[in-house]
Design a protein around this ligand. Structure first.
Ligand SMILES: Cc1ncc(COP(=O)(O)O)c(C=O)c1O
Length: 430
């Protein structure tokens, strides 16, 4: 099992401010780095994938792990045959790997889900009776919407304000409470002060769920050191696009919640009465699980851990700084940011271009330059509306939206420079 260097538990820090690992190993390659795509005029150009925050390409070691597991692929938890035992062992080993990857406590549950959305919805169904959730309007819809009873907080003007607002909201709530917050914004890439928020939550007897979908592909996370109760993330954003995600955290609420799916695997016995498993993993993983997804997810965790993170973070920071300063040098381009230029962030930049809708920009980038970005409100409608303020994001019909460029393993300086020059060309056409 991989050993992890843990984050400091000093509350005021963001996850990524903690010390990097001492050693770095080579960063693995991604599949499709040599993909060529057609552009106007029929030419083929190398694809500049700048849409990692939506779904990242597959890492080579992930593809290799899935390929290696396929010949023995068989049922899990049910068969006495050798292949079934081997596949079961691989599936359960994947659980251990994911647990280690996020630095979970030994007794934390690790439930394989389809993705982050599935994980937050699962937890929502397991909250104790009468629970209230506190959530910022800056969240992705996966973390904003699943809760039956929630208090929504306005986007905070600075990180300390986030902590103060959570503190005040939690103080006014009776009964079980859960604070939900993202570790890294899918709109701005900005890192949230999750250790300080965990501290505040616990002071009020609340728990904290961290949406780590955009953090774990970019930074080491340690649930134990940060004193988090739950984390959720998706394999397809973590270079493991095989349909698995995970919810990791404290067992008791998960053991008490309604089984997420009712069927084989979730029950101990069925007669006149039904005896459900009270172990969270079988209880919430009814039916045949996504074994290859779990194996892929674990292979991505292993591959990222093996890099030691240092070089990976350094290269990402170099490229994102270059991208941001390039975009800032173009008149009429505005980067979206909640907490200002200097706040630490992962490799995500959202921006608007005067005179163009986000859709127009994204389409030109694709059709003329072979660049893939995302446009829209990124499933974070309240947050994007807030960031765009009075502006219309280039759309006269008021459907404000932005362009998002995001990077990761396999992103190159040429990709970044191509995007900046393409946006500059576009602006010069006006
Ligand atoms: C911060 C964040 N949370 C949750 C999600 C939802 O992830 P998924 O679509 O894999 O469920 C996303 C996806 O973009 C995200 O960026």
């Amino acid at each position: 099992m991989p050993t992890l260097t843990i984050f400091s538990s000093v509350p005021a820090r963001t996850a990524a401010e903690a010390a990097p690992a001492a050693t770095s190993r080579p960063i693995p390659a991604v599949l499709g780095a040599d993909l060529e795509v057609p552009v106007k005029g029929g030419r083929l150009v190398g694809y500049a994938n700048l849409d990692y925050a939506a779904s990242a390409p597959c890492l080579e070691p992930v593809s290799a792990a899935v390929t290696a597991a396929l010949p023995a692929y068989s049922s899990v938890h049910r068969g006495a045959g050798y292949a079934s035992q081997l596949t079961t062992a691989r599936y359960e080993q994947a659980r251990h790997t994911v647990r280690a990857f996020v630095g979970a406590r030994p007794d934390d549950a690790v439930i394989f889900t389809r993705n982050t959305t599935d994980a937050t919805n699962l937890l929502a169904r397991c909250l104790p009776e009468g629970s209230t959730t506190v959530v910022f309007d800056t969240e992705h819809h996966a973390s904003l919407l699943p809760w039956q009873k929630s208090v929504r907080l306005a986007p905070p003007a600075f990180p300390g304000e986030a902590v103060r607002a959570a503190d005040a909201a939690l103080a006014g709530i009776d009964g079980p409470k859960l604070l939900v917050v993202t570790a890294a914004s899918n709109v701005t890439g900005e890192l949230w002060p999750i250790a300080a928020l965990a501290h505040v939550a616990h002071r009020h007897g609340a728990r904290i769920l961290v949406d780590a979908a955009q953090l774990v592909p970019h930074r080491r996370l340690n649930l134990t050191a940060l004193d988090l109760d739950y984390v959720a993330f998706s394999g397809h954003k973590l270079y493991a696009p095989f349909g698995a995600g995970a919810l990791v955290g404290r067992r008791d609420w998960l053991a008490g919640g309604e089984p997420y799916l009712k069927g084989g695997g979730a029950v101990r016995s069925v007669g006149d009465d039904i005896e459900w498993h009270d172990d969270p993993e079988p209880r919430h993983e009814a039916g045949t699980p996504n074994v290859l997804g779990a194996i892929a997810l674990a292979a991505a965790c292993d591959a990222l851990t093996a890099t030691g993170w240092t070089e990976l973070v350094r290269e990402e920071e170099r490229l994102i700084a270059r991208l941001r300063s390039g975009l800032a040098s173009i008149e009429g381009v505005r980067e979206l940011s909640l907490w200002g230029d200097d706040h630490p962030r992962v490799g995500i930049v959202s921006f608007t271009v005067d005179g163009y809708s986000a859709r127009e920009v994204a389409e030109v980038l694709s059709s003329e330059y072979g660049i893939g970005v995302r446009d829209g409100k990124f499933c974070a409608h309240p947050f994007v509306r807030h960031l765009l303020g009075e502006t219309d994001g280039g759309c006269e019909d008021g459907t404000a939206s932005a362009v998002r460029a995001s990077i990761g393993i396999g992103s190159t300086q040429e990709h970044v420079d191509r995007l900046v020059e393409a946006v500059r060309d576009l602006v010069n056409r006006c």
